[in-house]
Design a binder for this molecule. Structure first.
Ligand code: FAD
Length: 388
């Protein structure tokens, strides 16, 4: 295949598409557009080993210089600012226009921010530079407020405690990681953090950062209280990086709307955190923000560019490391699901559990310090019923 493939976003999703295309016999031109000045790197260690200082920054590189060289791709350092899908051109900052036969969009997410001013000492975490800035600032902080107790917020709280900081974790939900684990297992995450000395302020939202002489002095809560802090990390979710695709001709709805084969328009595919495609069983559009999905979806996209007609039908998977605990989830926990323990009990620090919906469907397999057990339990997931 000799067509001209342009990939916008050269992180794990975009890079994996490029590699799979070459492996699959793509001999044509391959260009990757990326504004981040660092060689492609992995994000999961940023909130874990990089933040605690366990890994030097170089260790997050996804590939060696030799591997990148062997890809025989052109690297275009810049930011895509406009797409004209009808004319098949992407315009970059600076005005340069790139024509393509096939476009792959792998632009990931942009962190949500709190309304109001952002004084010094306020952080978000998505990129390597942001991780290094936070790592640099943490040792000087007396009190850290982590705003948002999702997966990322919990990992940052754990890293800050590992560095000996006082930490308050604030979230409007009843338990941390409620969306990912449901109330019972989220309660175990709360207990884990309390055991390690994190203060939890649950059931109340943060309305903004409080500035004092131009620096963070705390975070303001919806109930009128202020949590004192000299460093705040805002992890209140992210939005798909699609601003540059407005009026491009692509359908956008919290992500790039694709068909089951990850095709957004003729000659245009989307991959990774930015892509929304129909759940193979329910038909409902889903977006999955996980490292494994980005890789698996990239292989599907590359195969389809090479002429296959493959649907993306993953079992979602993510993991999280907090203190000495590894949490792994295959499938998706529904809000009202029951928890059934297969190995270990609710009181143990090591267990495997399944979650089950009201209709008796097994929705997720969860491992808590139990990688082997959760791999086996994964086989017990059952498909969702077809919509009427
Ligand atoms: C701190 C952190 C920890 C994480 N930990 C875990 C974990 O433990 N387990 C797990 O499963 N997942 C984890 N994730 C999620 C995982 O990293 C993502 O799912 C994965 O990176 C998605 O890959 P992607 O290629 O779709 O997007 P990204 O990795 O976000 O890459 C998108 C790329 O597109 C570039 N880009 C954006 N806009 C433009 C533009 N206009 N023009 C050109 N390029 C552009 C960006 O610079 C970026 O390099 C974590 C994420 C973060 C941030």
């Amino acid at each position: 295949m000799t067509s001209d493939v342009l990939i916008v976003g050269a992180s794990v999703g975009g890079l994996t598409v490029a590699e799979a295309l070459r492996r699959g016999g793509h001999t044509g031109r391959l260009r990757l557009v990326e504004p981040d000045p660092h060689p492609p790197y992995d994000r999961p260690p940023l909130s874990k080993q990089v933040l605690t200082g366990l890994w030097p920054p170089d260790r997050v590189r996804l590939r060696t210089p030799e591997q990148l060289e062997a890809l025989d791709a052109e690297w275009v350092w810049g930011r895509a600012e406009r797409l004209d899908a009808a004319a098949r051109t992407v315009e970059l900052d600076g005005g340069r226009a790139l024509a393509y036969d096939t476009l792959v969009i792998a632009t990931g997410l942009v962190p949500r921010r709190l309304p109001g001013p952002e004084p010094a000492g306020g952080h978000t975490l998505r990129s390597l530079d942001e991780a290094l800035a936070l790592r640099h600032a943490l040792p000087d902080a007396d009190h850290v407020a982590v705003v948002g107790a999702g997966v990322l917020g919990c990992e940052i709280a754990a890293a800050a405690r590992a560095l000996g900081r006082e930490v308050t974790l604030v979230d409007p939900g009843p338990v941390p990681m409620a969306r990912h684990l449901g109330p019972e297992l989220g309660g175990r995450v709360a207990a884990l953090h309390r055991r390690h000395g994190v203060r939890l302020r649950l059931g109340t939202a943060v309305t903004g950062l409080v500035g004092e002489r131009g620096r963070v002095g705390g975070v303001a809560l919806a109930d009128g209280a202020v949590v004192r802090a000299d460093l705040a990390v805002v992890t209140i979710g992210s939005v798909p990086a699609t601003a540059w695709l407005e009026n491009s001709g692509l359908a956008l709805a919290d992500g790039i709307v694709c068909d089951a084969r990850c095709r957004a328009a003729p000659g245009v595919y989307a991959v990774g955190d930015v892509a929304r495609w129909p759940d193979p069983v329910t038909g409902v559009g889903i977006r999955v923000e996980s490292r494994t999905n980005a890789t698996e979806q990239a292989l599907v996209v590359a195969a389809n560019i090479l002429g296959d007609e493959r649907a993306h039908t993953p079992v979602p998977y993510f993991w999280s490391d907090q203190y000495d605990t590894k949490i792994q989830v295959h499938g998706r926990v529904g809000g009202g699901d029951r928890v059934r323990y297969l190995e270990g009990t609710a009181a143990d620090d090591r267990f495997v559990a399944l979650t089950e919906s009201d209709e008796g469907r097994t929705t997720a397999a969860i491992g808590w310090n139990h990688p082997r057990g959760v791999r086996t339990a994964r086989a017990r997931l059952t498909a969702a019923p077809s919509p009427p």
